[in-house]
Design a protein around this ligand. Structure first.
Ligand SMILES: Nc1ncnc2c1ncn2[C@@H]1O[C@H](COP(=O)(O)OP(=O)(O)OP(=O)(O)O)[C@@H](O)[C@H]1O
Ligand SMILES: [Mg+2]
Length: 237
């Protein structure tokens, strides 16, 4: 079986709330392999977003370690973590943050432009250069059913279409890991199920490791595995 692409061991996250330390994560362990689609469930306030921010290298744990492809990375500098995020991790949030002044295609290409500006050839563009990248961006949009909207502005799309465009943007650099925080929170059932099945296809067809935080129990049917966050730890379920 493939090695874990993303791992967390003994994660503790403490927040200071008006001078009182509050421990949200209490020794959480997690591991995901390529091709897995893990649904993370848990009540509001249980620490799901906190967990995702830590494994997504947006924030640092109070203690414990996050490993990417077996390498401990959670103690890396802000710049080093930003570079790792851009190269290996895609993010999708509940309220997508497509930039309103750019077209859908421009939004999708943005992480690739950031990679190129930093002198990193995005994995998806290896040996192909910029035109290949744009073709790839259009292909991803097409696969997600929003190809015809590539030239439109985000405000001209429905919520579901915008969310699929945000998913395309998260995928443009060919990430090994995709993290989604309530990606269907503001979608109706058919659109939510489209997002779930797209995520499952990414895992099955492209070996992406997908971690999705959600309140939606029907997502469990699309995931390869579900875990629940309670008392600061994850348990199978
Ligand atoms: N920056 C912060 N400073 C202090 N406390 C915080 C901070 N961020 C989160 N918390 C607290 O940590 C707990 C977990 O928050 P988190 O956002 O991870 O929950 P969640 O499971 O994602 O909830 P929801 O389902 O509502 O999104 C909450 O009690 C929250 O108030
Ligand atoms: Mg949350």
């Amino acid at each position: 079986m493939a090695e874990a692409v993303l791992e967390a061991t003994g994660l503790i996250k403490r927040y200071d709330q008006n001078g009182v330390p509050f421990e949200v994560l209490r020794g959480l362990d997690f591991s995901i392999r390529p091709g897995e689609f893990v649904a993370v469930l848990g009540p509001s306030g249980s620490g799901k977003s906190t967990f995702l921010n830590l494994v997504g290298l947006m924030d640092r744990p109070s203690s414990g370690t996050v490993l990417l492809a077996g390498e401990p990375v959670s103690a890396d500098s802000e710049d080093a973590r930003a570079a790792l995020r851009n190269r290996h991790i895609g993010f999708v949030f509940q309220f997508d943050a497509l930039m309103p002044e750019f077209s859908v295609l421009e939004n999708v290409l943005m992480p690739a432009r950031i990679a190129l500006a930093a002198g990193r050839e995005p994995a998806s563009a290896q040996g192909k250069g910029w035109p290949g990248l744009e073709a790839r961006a259009r292909l991803i949009l097409e696969k997600l059913g929003v190809g015809p909207h590539a030239e439109r502005m985000p405000r001209e799309l429905s919520g579901g279409e915008r969310q699929r465009a945000a998913l395309a943007r998260a995928l443009v650099n060919g990430p090994a890991v995709l993290l989604a925080d309530e990606p269907t929170g503001n979608l109706d059932r058919p659109n939510a199920e489209l997002v779930f099945s797209s995520l499952r296809e990414l895992a099955d067809g492209f070996g992406v490791a997908v971690v999705m935080v959600t309140h939606n129990e029907s997502s469990v049917g699309y995931a390869t595995r579900a875990v629940r966050l309670s008392d600061g730890r994850l348990a199978a379920g």
